[in-house]
Design a protein. Structure first.
Lengths: 210, 10
């Protein structure tokens, strides 16, 4: 359906913006390494089923892209542009996010199996793993516009999944309560950022239109 | 609702 496609595209775009930002500026300043490492954890733990279940070519390709690109970004940040990488402000206590997500996955899962627990863990972790990035943004104050576009596209992706879940509930009678709960939490975390983004970026664009 | 979920989302 349309919402799902738009959500996936938005997710894809967010990563392309991020890669383009890093390559063009040859710097990773303003980008939270912690958030990026958490994304590697999110994608690897969620897409373990790549090895066991086949859904579609689209599905497999997207999963491989998300895993590969997240690992690539972390490599860029730690190795390639390491010399310019100085982020003493990226100090969000990540252990609470990982610990909290793990507890949530033990409390809420569909089956008590290794892969199902990891899958649930990845949902909760994804919901909160933007926090170090938002924290960094707040600490440094002024962010490059491009970084905010990245966060916006990333937030939009899960927000678009919400109407997709409504749609699937009515058309397929499908309800994945875990995805929905974690997705709502994720969108809530972004909501404050969305508001600021709307105020600053979109209004400025409108103002600058010829 | 369907309890046998197919994990086809990303």
């Amino acid at each position: 359906n349309l919402f799902r496609i738009a959500g996936d595209i938005s997710h894809l775009v967010s990563i392309l913006i991020l890669l383009q930002t890093i390559e063009k500026g040859k710097t990773t300043s303003g980008i939270s390494l912690k958030t990026q490492i958490l994304y590697v954890v999110v994608f690897v733990t969620r897409y373990l089923d790549l090895l066991t279940t086949y859904v579609s070519l689209y599905n497999s390709l997207m999963k491989i892209f998300f895993i590969a690109s997240s690992v690539y970004v972390v490599w860029l940040m730690t190795s390639k542009y390491n010399k310019k990488f100085k982020e003493d402000q990226d100090v969000f206590p990540v252990k609470y996010l990982v610990g909290g997500s793990f507890v949530m996955s033990l409390l809420f899962h569909y089956k008590f199996t290794f892969s199902e627990i990891l899958w649930s863990f990845s949902l909760w972790l994804e919901a909160v793993c933007i926090l170090p990035q938002l924290f960094l943004l707040q600490k440094t104050g002024e962010a490059k516009a491009i970084t905010t576009h990245y966060i916006f596209a990333l937030g939009l992706y899960r927000a678009l999944y919400i109407p997709n879940w409504f749609y699937r509930y009515y058309s397929e009678n499908r309800l994945d309560l875990l995805s929905v709960s974690a997705g709502l939490l994720q969108t809530t975390i972004y909501s404050d950022f969305f508001y600021v983004y709307y105020q600053k970026v979109l209004k400025n664009w409108g103002f600058n239109l010829p | 609702p369907n309890s046998k979920l197919k994990k086809d989302e990303l």
